[in-house]
Design a binder for this molecule. Structure first.
Ligand code: 9MG
Length: 299
C-alpha cells in the first residue's frame, strides 16, 4: 500500500510534529485566544479587523503563549453561527498571517469541515472543535488532515445550551461522551497522539456542573490524553465572585491553576502573561517537590 500524502503544507508539518511532541511533555501549555468575531462574550468586536487580530496574536506570543487559537464563531450562550463563507473570511487571513509570522503553533477553533481544510492549508496545525467533530463531514475531514484535534463536550447548541442543562452524573456523562468520541476518532483514522479532550466548561452546564467537572477533572486526565481547560473569564467565575467579565482576571488565573493541578495540559486563556506566571509558580513547586523526594537532605 502506498502511504497517503501528508495534507499539511510541508512548511507546517514541522510545526505540527513539534506540537505533538510538546503535548507529550508534562509542562502545562498556555494557549492564547484570538477571537475574530463581532460578538464573543469578552472581547467580541475588539479584533474583528484582521490586522488587529494578528497584532493581538503577536502580543500574546510575546507574553508567553505557546499556542494561539483563532476562531471566527462566537459560541457564547445564545449565539448563532455565521455562514461558512463568513467564518472563512474571518479566520483564514489571520491564521495565514500568524502561521507565517510567529514561532508558535496556530489552532483553528471551528466545527466546519470546509473551514478546517482551508485553515490547515493556511497553516493551522490543530483543530479545536467545541462540537467534537459531530457536524457532518467533520470527523472525516479531521482524520484526513492529520492534525491534532481537541474534542470538547457540549450539551445542546450555543443558542439554547444554557436554558436548562440537565445531568444525572455530570462527570460520568462527560467522561462517557469523550470516550465515545475518542473511539469514533480512532476508528475514522485519527492518530492516538493527535487527540486532546476537553470537558467544555460553560457549554450546557450550570455552575454546579462546572464545579463538579473542575473538581473531577483528574478522572478525564486519567484517560491518558492531554486535557484542554477553557475557564478564562467565563460566567461561572462571575457567578462565584459576583464580578463583571472585565473584572475576572484573578478568578480566571485561580481557575487555571486549579485546572493545571487537576491534570490539565493546555489552558486556553485571554490573559496569557498572568497565567504564564501562575503556571511558573506551580512548576517551581513541582520541581522542589521532586527534588525533596529524591534528595531530602538538601531541603
Ligand atoms: C472556543 N471555545 C470557547 N470556550 C472553549 C473551551 O472551554 N474549550 C475549547 N476547546 N474551546 C472553547
Amino acid at each position: 500500500m502506498t502511504p497517503t500524502a501528508d495534507p499539511a503544507p510541508p512548511v507546517f508539518a514541522g510545526a505540527r510534529d513539534r506540537l505533538v511532541r510538546r503535548l507529550g511533555e508534562p509542562a502545562v501549555l498556555v494557549c492564547g485566544i484570538v477571537n475574530v468575531t463581532p460578538d464573543s462574550f469578552y472581547d467580541g468586536g475588539r479584533y474583528q479587523d484582521p490586522a488587529r487580530a494578528v497584532d493581538h496574536g503577536h502580543t500574546l506570543v510575546a507574553e508567553g503563549a505557546e499556542m494561539l487559537d483563532v476562531g471566527g464563531e462566537s459560541t457564547r450562550p445564545g449565539s448563532h453561527p455565521p455562514s461558512v463563507a463568513e467564518e472563512i473570511a474571518r479566520v483564514i487571513p489571520v491564521i495565514d498571517a500568524l502561521a507565517h509570522t510567529t514561532s508558535v503553533p496556530v489552532s483553528v477553533d471551528t466545527s466546519r469541515p470546509e473551514v478546517m481544510r482551508e485553515a490547515v492549508a493556511a497553516g493551522a496545525v490543530m483543530i479545536n472543535d467545541v462540537r467534537a467533530l459531530r457536524l457532518r463531514g467533520a470527523l472525516d475531514a479531521a482524520a484526513a488532515l492529520k492534525v491534532p484535534v481537541c474534542l470538547m463536550h457540549m450539551q445542546g447548541e450555543p443558542a439554547t445550551m444554557q436554558i436548562a442543562p440537565t445531568y444525572y452524573d455530570v462527570v460520568g456523562e462527560v467522561h462517557r461522551f469523550l470516550v465515545g468520541r475518542v473511539e469514533r476518532c480512532l476508528t475514522a483514522g485519527v492518530a492516538r497522539e493527535h487527540i486532546v479532550l476537553d470537558p467544555g466548561f460553560g457549554f450546557g452546564k450550570t455552575l454546579e456542573h462546572n464545579l463538579a467537572l473542575l473538581a473531577g477533572l483528574r478522572s478525564i486526565a486519567n484517560l491518558g490524553y492531554p486535557v484542554l481547560a477553557g475557564l478564562s473569564r467565563k460566567g461561572m467565575l462571575g457567578a462565584i465572585t459576583g464580578r463583571a467579565v472585565t473584572d475576572r482576571l484573578a478568578s480566571s488565573v485561580a481557575a487555571a491553576v486549579v485546572a493545571a493541578q487537576q491534570g490539565a495540559s493546555i489552558l486556553r486563556v485571554h490573559d496569557v502573561a498572568a497565567t504564564v506566571d501562575a503556571i511558573a509558580v506551580i512548576q517551581a513547586v513541582d520541581i522542589a517537590r521532586a527534588a525533596s523526594t529524591k534528595y531530602p537532605q538538601l531541603i
